[in-house]
Design a protein around this ligand. Structure first.
Ligand code: NAD
Length: 270
């Protein structure tokens, strides 16, 4: 029970494939009480039964571009819970027509919308959540390697993840003296609604699994275990970090498994 009695706001649950759902379930198993809003009315029928299965509260609409809905969510949490110990930010959106082809073709409108929903929302949610973290707290967001290196088709979402990663460091610096830690989990690719919006995602999954040192792709259990660690007191001196939970992919150069294969079989057989 690493999170016994902790009150944690989990954003970004869309269905039972969502990384946020894996983390909500695991946090609940570790003793946390969960708040679980959803982004839009169409998602309520999927999110409400999941929330009920773990006794989650504050199952209300909260689009991060809607200040009234944000005000209402945080007012309700303050009135009923009084404070927060943790928050998961697991939110990203972009026009999927621009998550394929050239980054150079990104439109101004989609650039602004993608950065607003996928990066600025962490700043806004952190400002609101930190006001309720009077006993310190832990804020965790989900990012991807495409913010550090150019990954085909990830395009403007990669730029948003760079902004998100940088925001983690600035927010950690702002809030550290209040005992509030801010970290990101840089997760390997996994099939979700958001993931499937990236062009060629199935091919990415295949190539990724062939090239990680652990010779497999990351799972929901892998990411939820890391999140429990970051929400718990086990990580009490960890802040401003981009913690890679990607089976080691980001630590490698020159496709190591493929290279081993070529060296074993010889160049002529390739
Ligand atoms: P998902 O589709 O289940 O989750 C994305 C969530 O963002 C959804 O719940 C959606 O409702 C929410 N969202 C979108 N626009 C919103 C808005 N305006 N207001 C509030 N919420 C909004 O997919 P996921 O893969 O679990 O994504 C969660 C996070 O993990 C995202 O930040 C994503 O970039 C990141 N991530 C995903 C992968 C992957 O391969 N799937 C890898 C690394 C990081």
């Amino acid at each position: 029970m690493l999170l016994k009695g902790k009150k944690i706001l989990i954003t970004g649950v869309a269905n039972d494939w969502s990384m946020a759902w894996g983390i909500a379930k695991r946090a609940h198993e570790e003793g946390a009480e969960i708040a679980m809003p959803y982004a839009m009315p169409a998602l309520e029928k999927r999110v409400r039964p999941l929330a009920e299965s773990i006794g989650a509260k504050f199952v209300q609409e909260c689009n991060v571009q809607n200040d009234e809905q944000l005000d209402s969510l945080f007012a309700n949490i303050e009135r009923e819970w009084g404070h927060l110990d943790g928050m998961l930010h697991a939110i990203a959106f972009s026009d999927k027509n621009e998550l394929m082809g050239r980054y150079a073709d990104t439109t101004r409108e989609n650039f602004k919308n993608t950065l607003d929903i996928s990066a600025y929302s962490l700043v806004d949610l952190t400002r609101r959540a930190s006001k309720l973290m009077d006993q310190g707290g832990s804020i965790v967001t989900l990012t991807y390697y495409g913010g550090e290196k150019a990954v085909p088709n990830y395009n403007v979402m990669g730029v948003a993840k760079s902004a998100l990663d940088s925001s983690v460091r600035y927010l950690a610096s702002d809030l550290g003296c209040d005992g509030i830690r801010v970290n990101a989990i840089s997760a390997g690719p996994i099939m979700t609604l958001a993931g499937s919006g990236v062009g060629g995602f199935k091919a990415m999954l295949r190539l990724n699994s062939e090239q990680t040192p652990l010779c497999r792709n990351m799972t929901l259990d892998d990411v939820s275990g890391a999140a429990v660690y970051l929400f718990s007191d086990l990580s009490s001196a960890v802040t401003g970090e981009i913690h890679h939970v990607d089976c080691g992919y980001s630590t490698t150069g020159m496709m190591p498994n493929r290279l081993k294969d070529i060296l074993l079989k010889g160049l002529d057989e390739q």
